[in-house]
Unconditional design. Structure first.
Length: 48
């Protein structure tokens, strides 16, 4: 394998690993959205 092929292969792997790490950290650091309780807040009648 010649030098240019090795440089292309390593740079492509670095880009893919960089994107993977970036998005994995983004998923882990995003706070969850608050979801309403599907029973308590959507009922028409008050609970006893």
């Amino acid at each position: 394998m010649n030098t240019s092929a090795i440089i292309l292969m390593v740079s492509t792997q670095l880009v893919v690993v960089g994107f993977t790490i970036y998005f994995f950290k983004k998923v882990l650091s995003t706070p969850p959205k608050p979801e309403p309780d599907s029973y308590d807040e959507n009922d028409d009648e008050p609970r006893p």
